[in-house]
Ligand binder design. Sequence first.
Ligand SMILES: NC(=O)c1ccc[n+]([C@@H]2O[C@H](COP(=O)([O-])OP(=O)(O)OC[C@H]3O[C@@H](n4cnc5c(N)ncnc54)[C@H](OP(=O)(O)O)[C@@H]3O)[C@@H](O)[C@H]2O)c1
Length: 338
Amino acid sequence: MSLPNGTLPTEMSYVDLQSPGGAENMMLARGRLPEIAPGDILIRVEAFGVNRPDILQRKGDYPPPPGASPILGLEVAGEVVALGESAAGFSIADKVCALANGGGYAEYCAVPATQALPWPKGYDAVKATALPETFFTVWANVFDMAGLKRGETILVHGGASGIGTTAIQLAKAFGAEVLATAGSAAKCAACETLGAKRAINYREEDFKDVVLEATEGRGVDVILDMVGGRYFGRNLASLAKDGRLSIIGFLGGARVEDANIAPILTKRLKVMGSALRPRTAAEKRAIRDELAANVWPLLDAGEVAPVIDAVVPFKEIVDAHRLMEGGDHIGKIVIRLA
Ligand SMILES: NC(=O)c1ccc[n+]([C@@H]2O[C@H](COP(=O)([O-])OP(=O)(O)OC[C@H]3O[C@@H](n4cnc5c(N)ncnc54)[C@H](OP(=O)(O)O)[C@@H]3O)[C@@H](O)[C@H]2O)c1
């Protein structure tokens, strides 16, 4: 293992989750630095992102997969301070952001080098850490699995979320027409500023009616959905022939009470879903490589950029989770360490 000249401390601060439950169950604690496995890089974390899956894990509804750190946190940005055996592609002092398998809510985080990317041009740690979780998720689900193509139309539910703000921009950048849903006028305005042709306030309008009207009855080619059960029937009705429904969350419940599934047959639909965290190292590496080739140039050029709602100090992590649970944010919530 390659280390800088004796500069690493033996202990670090991290966010300890005393027991599953409310945000107040998290507090800063001291503990050992993470082990650096072969293929890992150790990052001195300058900023990390807060994601909705962290809330689920904190409540005990999304346990870490076997072997992952019990510490919360799925994305970090900072400086490479040590290299595990056979870790390739990065050097000490490189500035990187990375998809973590866990352990991001800490001063040091070990991640597979194959899940790290350089900061785009002109980025700092706060901007860079707002990228991995949502960009990996959107690439995997919208472009890889659902195969969104230039000239197609996509409906992005939760358009003002971290995931939604990323999906709108990437879909637009790759030549798709975008419709989005969101729960307030301010969120709808943000979706349209980011590139949605039409944002639908689902509290005031039925998204299915608006989608069919906006597409002259044809429907959309792809739907990115985080609401789940409550939307299932209307999602099927909103898809065009050969449409693809990509489900990434269940904010509106995982059970479908009453839905007409006939459109799956009559319109030859594909219904799919995936979770990022349990994917294999090889799958995450493949997504990383696709992002490096296709998306990092757009970030370098400033054509696409993360939307950051709030930057919160490390010691105020409880407030950051409450902010996310309040649901008024647009885009990402990021924690700054230094
Ligand atoms: N499958 C995967 O690999 C994967 C990876 C990352 C995230 N996710 C999922 O993607 C979703 C978005 O994640 P994020 O980190 O971008 O979250 P976020 O920024 O907190 O956004 C969630 C948004 O969903 C909307 N929403 C709709 N129904 C809701 C409900 N019943 N409760 C709470 N919010 C509701 C809210 O906006 P409105 O005000 O517009 O309703 C809220 O702002 C989550 O479901 C998360 O679990 C999945």
